[in-house]
Design a protein around this ligand. Structure first.
Ligand code: ATP
Length: 289
């Protein structure tokens, strides 16, 4: 079995150089193998989700970031498609509304943080406030610079309350992006996604690279790691993300199973007490007759 290669940043301050990280699947990994493994991981993910849902100790926040056409929607379709929709919410963060603008930048995000037992999948996120906002000067530097610290604190807060925070950068090359945007144009079923802004944003490729590198480096933490996903091949991207989520959840499996077993014992004891009480009531009634 080929090794799944991905780059993980889980300590703050470590320098990130995206141009040094491959966006291609590793040699030796075939589409056929990746798809088979993805199916197996999908089943495991479903079972882990079930245990987490019942145990109500942890929750999962998956942040999907990437350039236009990097595959955020495709990831949601494939990876989230493995989950039971009960207990999953997918939230897309676009240009802030007037109401959102009238609050601090985390206001619109925090309210979508997952409840215990559940998943929240973010299609873009609070990171846009240190990415697009920085690249296009939408807020003064002194404001967005402070946001790295606010984001780190926010994610730490969630983690302290049992949220498993996983942040993915879908890493594609500029050539791959162009190909995907052109394909979108040609295929009738994807043409609805066309947006001239995607082409405009390409002109800021290097500025986004710098902004992503800083954001990743400044907010990476063991409780909120960044995973750089080689995403030029969609089948490999799906495998990496599924494997990474399953890996993070597996660490909690024993704890959830223990909790579920305790809950089962408590449930059985409650039922036994109820039956004993009912039987005693019936006996008392008989005697009274
Ligand atoms: P795809 O990547 O599949 O093309 P998308 O994620 O670009 O889809 P859209 O609804 O077309 O989806 O775009 C959302 C837009 O909202 C992006 O251009 C993003 O940069 C912008 N956006 C998100 N958050 C903010 C923010 N806080 N401030 C300004 N713009 C934002």
């Amino acid at each position: 079995m080929s090794k799944i290669l991905k780059t993980v940043f889980d300590e703050p301050g470590k320098k990130v150089r995206l141009n040094d990280i491959s966006a291609q699947p590793p040699k030796g990994m075939t589409r056929d193998e990746a798809e088979k493994r993805f199916v197996a991981l999908g089943k495991e993910l479903f079972d882990l989700q079930d245990a987490m849902f019942g145990a109500k100790v942890n929750s999962v926040m998956v942040v999907l970031q990437g350039r236009d056409g990097a595959g955020k929607d495709g990831t949601i379709k494939h990876v989230v498609g493995c989950l039971n929709p009960r207990g999953v919410s997918v939230v897309s963060f676009g240009v802030p509304t007037t109401e959102e603008r009238e609050h601090d930048f985390l206001w619109r995000v925090h309210r979508h943080a997952p409840r215990r037992g559940e998943f929240s999948i973010f299609n873009r996120s609070h990171y846009e406030d240190v990415l697009v906002v920085r690249v296009h000067d939408l807020a003064p530097k002194r404001l967005w610079k402070e946001r790295f610290g606010h984001i780190a604190d926010f994610e730490e807060l969630l983690a302290e309350h049992g949220t498993i925070v996983l942040k993915y950068f879908l890493h594609i090359t500029k050539v791959e992006q162009e190909q995907r945007l052109r394909e979108r144009e040609q295929a009738a079923e994807t043409a609805w996604k066309l947006n001239p802004n995607d082409w405009k944003e390409r002109d800021y490729w290097d500025e986004y690279t710098g902004a992503y590198e800083d954001a990743i480096s400044r907010t990476a933490a063991s409780h909120a790691p960044w995973i750089i996903v080689p995403a030029n091949a969609k089948w490999y991207r799906n495998l990496v993300i599924a494997e990474s989520i399953v890996g993070a959840l597996r660490d909690h499996k024993k704890n959830w199973e223990h909790r579920l077993s305790e809950m089962g014992k408590a449930g059985k004891a409650g039922l036994a007490a109820y039956r004993a009480q009912r039987a005693a009531g019936r006996n008392a009634k008989k005697k009274g007759r």
